[in-house]
Design a binder for this molecule. Structure first.
Ligand code: ZN
Ligand code: ZN
Ligand code: FE
Length: 749
């Protein structure tokens, strides 16, 4: 990879060991010739792998003896021009400790400079327009280096040797605070002087500040101000979905949340994701920041601009994507100004363009390991080991939480978070993103893999591509394949794919699936007994409809249901919705596990309507008392395909409600029952097939309570269990799954 300081590291290492020779880049990576005493050459080889610079990743070192040339000195040689490209573009990385120290040193020429960076840190993927990765191909092209910066750039012994975005107050981008009329009195326009202090003043005064960041515009408010957080919610038209919080450092994070060792290592990592952490009761965070949530999404300041702003503001700030409702995050200046004009009271901006829109990544800790839930800024475009891809492959991904994936050689390049492909902006982001990745990584896909859902825009995109081989990949097979790729495991496995919905081979909506799968193929071995989805998409927005689908209008074995609150609350439409489900009109059958959670959530009174995807299930999970260990029995109908009777769990929950059992106990018993049901079904499939590895995938496994209990039961039963870590279990992983399935089918066929 270029621009991560690997050649200067080699240079310094050779000088330190007194070796002569040279180092350079070519299409295959880095080549080095060294000459000197054998013991020192051996030490040199070892240290290449043990001491590389922070942003470098050494995949493998191959070495061979060559004739001695008797040369003296060590040199960095220029890259040969032309030839196939194989250098990788680095991901953006948080400001390093050395740069922070310089930024805080009044004697340094970059004192308080919001764009300080070096070879070990700074913007990368978000500013790269083209390859090879050199300054003219980035959005720093418009900032010619001053002599001082140019000298650092050219000096192999300097920390900024070949740092493409290197700059300083004399030659680099400038910060400005743009006032919004009537809010800020413009004492000189644009406000370059004291921009930070005045921006921080806006935050302290409870105003909404737009901040141009690394991958897009954010909206910021004081995280402790109820009024400011509520105003931001109202102006963004974002009702319940939690906002993320940015803090200055790990100590500040500890004032808000429980932070264990693993969580801290994620918070302070170069990727600087949003980390979901248990909220402290004492946390001085406004209720409107994350209404009803026991966790907060916390990230540490990751650019020098954020560091300075946090220091000036002196408090945690909400930092949420700069957009209205579900639109993509704004990243182009003019677009941001117009779209955010009605939301922000001021704009803290700069003149370094953002080339790639990239959202903040989201992770959590699961059993001491990182579990990525949204893989974007900081992680992308680092490749994942996968394949081999004997022909270049494009996986087009799903509809919601879309990503795409390019497979080439032994690398899978999974894209940044594109979003929900439901409007023109997102679709444009999808198609232009694919073109950008194809150019950056020099991939022209010969095989294009897509979902089977004919209405997904990603499917339609694939079907219109000329001169490619198309491979349709079933949604839940792609989920399981993504989990296999995440674990570098080929199968065969028992795959448990639990999610909201995915298009099934029989044209119904699947989502509670037990698959006997490897990368190339699968069979459907079991599933949740299907129920109607009354009114289609309306049933996804209104979980009470799923209660109606599961309970019907009389539920004979429950002696009627007229006494239930969920029926009373929705009495006006209950019978009509039940009838709609029975009629099959706009009510496809679904085996969705997500909808089973919705039904139970509605019955327990958690909520009848949702305002964001997964809300009812998330709230049901939070409700559960983790000390409760008992469960409900769940029947499985025997047959070639196992049918799991989810209805029995719903009925057991209803009986508990009638016995005045607290909702916290019922929720826990329900979660335990789903885990029991998964383990029992996997045991049955093991007895039929001998398979003893289980892969768990799909958005439902973002539910940590369910995941924890399921893994524990499976491991106690002697299974090896694969869960997600580097790639999300939700639909953001589908593109990788599609790509590896298509590659495996190609290898087998
Ligand atoms: Zn640095
Ligand atoms: Zn300069
Ligand atoms: Fe899915």
């Amino acid at each position: 990879m270029q621009g991560v300081g690997f050649r200067p590291f080699v240079y310094a290492l050779a000088l330190r060991l007194g070796l002569s020779g040279h180092v350079g880049n070519d299409a295959d990576g880095v080549f080095i010739e060294v000459e000197g005493p054998p013991a020192r050459v051996a030490g040199f080889l070892a240290m290449l792998e043990t001491e590389p610079p922070p942003l470098a990743r050494v995949e493998r070192v191959r070495s061979a003896a060559i004739a001695v040339t008797g040369g003296a000195g060590f040199a960095i040689v220029p890259s040969p021009a032309g030839g196939p490209r194989n250098t990788l573009v680095p991901a953006d990385s948080a400001t390093c400790a050395d740069c922070l120290a310089e930024m805080r040193d009044p004697g340094d020429r970059r004192f308080r400079y919001p764009f300080i960076n070096c070879t070990n840190c700074g913007p990368r993927f978000t500013i790269v327009r083209d390859v090879p990765y050199d300054r003219p191909a980035t959005t720093m092209a418009g900032f010619p280096m001053c002599p001082a910066c140019a000298a650092e750039y050219a000096d192999p012994a300097d920390r900024r040797f070949h740092a493409q975005p290197v700059c300083c107050p004399a030659c680099g981008p400038t910060l400005r605070l743009l006032p919004t009329p009537g809010v800020l009195d413009a004492g000189g326009d644009p406000l370059t002087k004291d921009a930070l202090a005045r921006a921080a003043g806006l935050l302290r005064a409870g105003r909404v500040l737009a901040v141009k960041g690394l991958g897009g515009y954010h909206l910021a408010v004081d995280a402790g101000s109820e009024q400011a957080a509520a105003a931001l919610r109202a102006r963004k038209h974002r009702e319940d979905k939690p906002f993320a919080i940015m803090v200055a450092d790990a100590n500040a994070a500890r004032q808000l949340c429980e932070v264990d060792e693993m969580a801290e290592s994620l918070l302070v990592s170069g990727q600087r994701p949003i980390v979901l952490l248990p909220r402290l009761r004492s946390a001085p965070v406004a209720d409107a920041v994350a209404p009803g949530r026991q966790e907060l999404g916390i990230m540490l300041a990751y650019t020098p601009l954020h560091q300075l702003l946090l220091a000036e503001a002196g408090r945690p700030i909400v930092l949420t994507s700069g957009n209205v409702s579900d639109e993509p995050i704004a990243y182009e200046d003019a677009d941001a100004m117009s779209r955010l004009a009605g939301i922000a009271d001021g704009f803290l901006v700069h003149d370094r363009p953002i080339h790639m829109r990239t959202d903040d990544s989201v992770v959590r800790v699961f059993r001491g390991r990182e579990m990525v839930l949204r893989r974007s800024r900081g992680y992308v475009p680092s490749p994942l080991p996968a394949g081999p891809f004997t022909r270049p492959v494009l996986g087009c991904g799903a509809e919601l939480k879309n990503t795409f994936c390019l497979g080439k050689g032994s690398h899978a390049f999974v894209s940044h978070h594109i979003g929900d492909l439901e409007n023109y902006e997102t679709l444009k982001s999808f198609t232009s993103g694919i073109e950008h990745f194809q150019r950056l990584f020099d991939v022209t896909p010969a095989v294009v893999a897509h979902d089977l859902h004919p209405e997904y825009l990603s499917t339609k995109y694939a079907l219109e591509l000329p001169d490619v081989e198309l491979v349709g990949v079933q949604h839940h097979h792609a989920h399981i394949a993504s989990c296999l790729a995440d674990n570098s495991f080929d199968g065969p496995v028992i795959g448990v794919a639990f999610d909201g919905t995915g298009y099934g081979l029989d044209g119904t909506l699947w989502g509670g699936e037990f698959l006997l799968a490897d990368l190339a193929s699968f069979t459907r071995a079991g599933y949740l007994e299907p129920v109607p989805l009354p009114g289609g998409a309306a049933a996804i927005r209104q979980p009470w409809r799923m209660a109606a689908a599961y309970l019907g209008d009389d539920a004979a074995d429950l002696d009627g249901i007229a006494d239930l609150d969920v029926v009373r609350r929705n009495a006006a439409r209950w019978d009509a919705v039940v009838a709609l489900g029975r009629s099959g009109l706009n009510s496809p059958l679904t085996s969705s596990a997500g909808r089973l959670f919705d039904a139970v959530a509605a019955i327990l009174g958690v909520r009848d309507e949702i305002r964001y995807e997964g809300q009812a299930a998330i709230e049901l999970e939070q409700l559960a008392d983790p000390a409760v260990t008992d469960s409900y029995p769940c029947g499985v109908s025997d047959g070639a395909e196992l049918r799991v009777l989810g209805r029995e769990l719903v009925h057991a929950a209803v009986q508990d409600m009638r016995s005045a059992i607290p909702a916290s106990v019922i929720s826990a018993r329900f979660h335990n029952a789903v885990a029991d049901m998964i383990a029992a079904t996997c045991r049955e499939l093991r007895s039929r097939t001998g398979r003893d590895v289980v892969a768990l995938s799909g958005g439902v496994f973002q539910n940590v309570l369910l995941l924890t209990r399921t893994v524990a039961l499976l491991e106690a039963a002697g299974f090896r269990v694969l869960t997600h870590s580097r790639i999300p279990p939700n639909d953001a992983g589908i593109s990788l799954g599609q790509a590896v399935v298509a590659a495996a089918m190609g290898r087998d066929g």
